[in-house]
Design a protein around this ligand. Structure first.
Ligand SMILES: Cc1cc2nc3c(=O)[nH]c(=O)nc-3n(C[C@H](O)[C@H](O)[C@H](O)COP(=O)(O)OP(=O)(O)OC[C@H]3O[C@@H](n4cnc5c(N)ncnc54)[C@H](O)[C@@H]3O)c2cc1C
Length: 328
């Protein structure tokens, strides 16, 4: 079996072992699957848990459990290992892993250098960051977490500990970790757009001339363009970058409703698929309830909650829509 270490190339499997209370480990896995709404197939002594295109297989023999993890890439393997390590630690169960990438940066974390910041439009700042592995953000989810260390402090980045868990800096070293959307990725460069709003530590940071600073970019994560046709998209300023990406990825008809200042729509101003609205929920309510496609809604948490209620009240399920809280 390949070793997972900070220095070796990608490994697609690893194994672990729990020496006592094996049934409790299987019960905990089953409960986690229910919380995450992911499949967990349990036969007499084997539990198979599937998430992120990865598999965790727990095989119980009397009190002991053997764990086998498989994943398409190293980042996902380490992520799965870390989340199971967290789960079993919560249950006070001790796992011995064959291999742990102790000391490595958290799975999916790239350290990138700020290349430029410019005013993309009155309401948005465009930030360009660069690193040799930036291209991995062009695949998979559209989003990432931006990790900003506290001002004037040497950054402490999240790393994997001896149990396989990711340990985040705390106290004076706590990182600010907002989520953003990749708007463009080319070569070693990744661009994202920050909506400028009052009281935003991220906007303040971006406006403080951070050129040359190192930031953490963790991901990619979140969804891509939903497959349904037609696609109805609704979002406020924070969702504008995601809507713009989805408009470029969508293969079928799209109707996008955006709440933002007209001058921030830039090239979308001339896109016949896009309408600017002041009230996203009213626009959602006015759409046909039986369009048969997919509805995507992202805005403030309270608006997302109301959108969810409205859409589930129409008998739609998560196969038909998503309503995401982009800020609260
Ligand atoms: C999947 C996903 C993708 C996202 N993509 C983007 C993106 O590409 N661009 C982008 O700008 N945002 C995006 N967001 C939203 C962004 O993560 C939040 O707005 C986040 O709060 C920004 O952090 P901050 O440092 O500005 O403020 P925070 O430190 O999180 O909050 C500080 C204060 O600002 C308030 N606040 C936060 N957002 C807003 C807002 N939009 N308007 C008014 N007040 C606000 C908070 O309530 C709080 O009081 C995304 C969110 C998600 C979940």
């Amino acid at each position: 079996m390949d070793k997972i270490t900070a220095d070796t190339p990608a490994s697609l499997q690893t194994r672990g072992h729990i020496a006592t209370e094996g049934q409790r480990a299987i019960d905990a896995l089953k409960q986690r699957a229910a919380e995450w709404d992911v499949p967990c197939d349990i036969s007499e002594n084997v539990a198979i848990f599937c998430v992120w295109n990865c598999e965790a297989r727990l095989t119980r023999q009397d009190e002991t459990v053997d764990i086998a993890l498989t994943a398409p890439d190293r980042r996902l393997l380490l992520t799965l290992q870390g989340s199971l390590a967290d789960l079993f630690e919560e249950q006070k169960l001790t796992v011995s892993w064959d291999d742990v990438a102790e000391g490595a940066l958290a799975p999916g974390l790239s350290l990138m250098r700020v290349r430029s910041v410019c005013r993309r439009s009155p309401g948005f700042l465009r930030v360009s960051v660069e690193a040799d592995d930036a291209a991995r953000f062009s695949r998979g989810g559209l989003h990432f977490r931006l990790l900003l260390p506290p001002k004037n402090r040497k950054p402490v980045w999240p790393r994997i500990n001896a149990s396989g868990r990711t340990i985040w800096p705390d106290g004076d070293d706590t990182l600010h970790k907002p989520v953003y959307t990749t708007v463009k990725q080319a070569g070693t460069v990744l661009d994202f757009d920050i909506f400028r709003h009052a009281g935003s530590p991220t906007s303040d940071w971006a406006e403080s001339e951070p050129i040359g600073q190192t930031v953490g970019i963790m991901g990619p994560g979140g969804g891509s363009c939903p497959p349904g046709q037609p696609l109805y998209l609704f979002g406020d300023e924070t969702a504008l970058p995601a809507i713009s990406r989805m408009l470029s990825l969508a293969e079928g008809p799209v109707h996008a409703f955006v709440r933002s200042a007209p001058e921030d729509l830039c090239e979308l101003l001339d896109d016949p698929r896009v309408s600017r609205v002041d009230d996203l929920l009213a626009a959602l309510e006015a759409t046909p309830s039986d369009h048969g496609g997919f509805t995507w809604f992202a805005a403030h948490a309270e608006a997302a909650r109301k959108a969810r209620l409205l859409l589930s009240g129409r008998g739609l399920t998560k196969r038909d829509f998503t309503a995401a809280a982009y800020w609260s």
